[in-house]
Design a protein around this ligand. Structure first.
Ligand code: NAD
Ligand code: GLY
Length: 358
């Protein structure tokens, strides 16, 4: 078992990375002394797979445990669906000494975190991420949210969990396309911060795609360490944390234009990363060799690299609508070299358009 600590003063917490420790999860909750009741928030698919193990695992902490399900999928990441959990909490008279347990991928993690941030003005929660994407990205760093019909993650809060428990064994049941989507975020960490991670991904693609335990543990730990380092320095994304949005400017537009139905988040980010690299080369920030390495790695992991067929106007309008658009400017994270990026607050529309058309 590996343990990383994310240092955020009184909001610090551990990230545990190991195998088959969910059956003893309660042993790692001894710091949550005042908690006497826990509510597992999950969906029917994940409940069927891991609900019982986590329930049994938490009993050693002496908690009274119940479980509530939200219907499966991104379309249920809404306030209406969150209401199912608020209703359960209120009808069953849960108080502030309640622990919420987010058991699932990023959808469940973001929602359970948001509910924890808002129920009774805040109760503790822990993340038990079960997708690769949630293990390396969404469970760490305290961004919580639900979607609004006008856009993704528009209603949310920064609210840190009290523990992130990453059990690699949960990846065994993950559909391969979900595994690949998680790989996009790991590639992103290599590009923004860690050339050695990027090279490791290049050299070990076969083993990683076969889910070799040692390789997986290593890249998940490195990814979480990078995310922890970034969040420690800029918890509320005033500047530096924006580097985590590499590939997201165009990626979000791809998701929005395809109505969140055609691409998984990680797949859209893969397309966005290749575009951001091409834009960087066009602006003289990096060499064509860097673009080629990024595109090749994305494709090696079975991720898409080509832009879906929308006009430059449609892409640009969608990028202006995104919540990450800045004072009516389109902000890009541009790559200078593998492991080094730059936040550029305003990229000229003409340049964006030229690269979209090329
Ligand atoms: P997801 O939560 O939708 O999970 C993907 C699918 O896998 C779902 O169908 C789920 O039921 C299933 N699943 C989950 N674990 C499984 C397992 N172990 N075995 C079998 N099936 C399993 O998708 P995701 O990619 O984990 O998360 C995407 C969400 O994360 C988006 O809503 C995105 O906005 C959010 N996100 C948040 C942050 C953040 O910092 N908070 C960062 C990135 C993404
Ligand atoms: N996933 C981007 C962030 O956490 O800031």
């Amino acid at each position: 078992m590996k343990k990383l600590t994310i240092d955020l003063a009184d909001r610090s917490y551990d990230i545990l990375i190991g195998r088959n420790f969910l059956p003893r999860l309660g042993d790692h909750c001894s710091h949550l002394k005042s908690v006497h009741r826990a509510l597992i928030v999950t969906n029917p698919v994940i409940n069927q797979l891991y609900g019982k193990i986590v329930t049994e695992g938490l009993r050693s902490a002496g908690m009274n445990i119940e479980c509530v399900e939200i219907p499966e999928g991104e379309t249920h990441k809404t306030l209406q669906d969150a209401q199912i959990v608020y209703d359960h909490l209120i009808e069953n008279q849960y108080d502030r000494n309640t622990l919420l347990v987010a058991l699932g991928g990023g959808v469940i993690g973001d929602m359970a975190g948001f509910i924890a941030a808002t129920f009774l003005r805040g109760v503790p929660f822990i993340q038990v991420p079960t997708t690769l994407l949630s293990q390396v990205d969404s469970s760490v760093g305290g961004k919580t949210a639900v979607n609004h019909p006008k856009g993704k993650n528009l209603i949310g809060a920064f609210y840190q969990p009290r523990l992130v428990a990453i059990d690699l064994d949960t990846l065994g049941s993950l559909p391969p396309e979900e595994f690949r989507a998680g790989m996009a975020e790991i590639i992103k960490y290599g590009i923004i911060e860690d050339p050695e991670l990027f090279t490791f991904l290049e050299k070990n693609a076969e083993k990683i795609l076969a889910q070799d335990t040692q390789c997986l543990a290593s890249i998940i730990e490195t990814s979480c360490a990078i995310k922890a380092k970034v969040v420690e320095q800029d918890e509320r994304e005033s500047n530096y944390r924006m580097i985590l949005n590499f590939g997201h400017t165009l990626g979000h537009a791809v998701e929005a234009l395809t109505h969140y139905a055609r691409f998984k988040h990680g797949e859209a980010i893969a397309i966005g990363m290749v575009y951001a690299a091409r834009l960087s080369a066009h602006l003289g920030k990096c060499s064509e060799a860097v673009v080629l390495r990024i595109k090749s790695l994305v494709e090696r992991y079975g991720l898409p690299s080509q832009l879906p067929d929308f006009s430059a106007k449609e892409y640009i309008e969608s990028m202006y609508r995104d919540k990450k658009a800045h004072d009516k400017n389109i902000r890009f994270i541009l790559v200078k070299d593998i492991g080094s990026v730059e936040i550029v607050d305003r990229v000229a529309e003409a340049d964006i358009q030229k690269v979209l058309a090329s």
